[in-house]
Ligand binder design. Sequence first.
Ligand code: ZN
Length: 81
Amino acid sequence: MNELSSIQKLTKFFVSEKIFSSMETESRAWKVKCNNCGHERSIWEMGGIRWKAYGEKALYRRCPNCGERSLLKIYKKTAAG
Ligand SMILES: [Zn+2]
């Protein structure tokens, strides 16, 4: 249903189907949340890949939802909650 970004397409070219699907699952679990409006979406939805990564990160970026430059928190949302 989702179009792959160029980075995702490129990665898909280099890895096996199995690894790529694992990357997709994990990248979907990584969420980016805007400090300003609370808008949340996954790394995957943003066209990125985050795989075999640990910890949380924060980026100072423009939020696509509210348009403000804000601290975007990157964290992993597990199925367990
Ligand atoms: Zn926002």
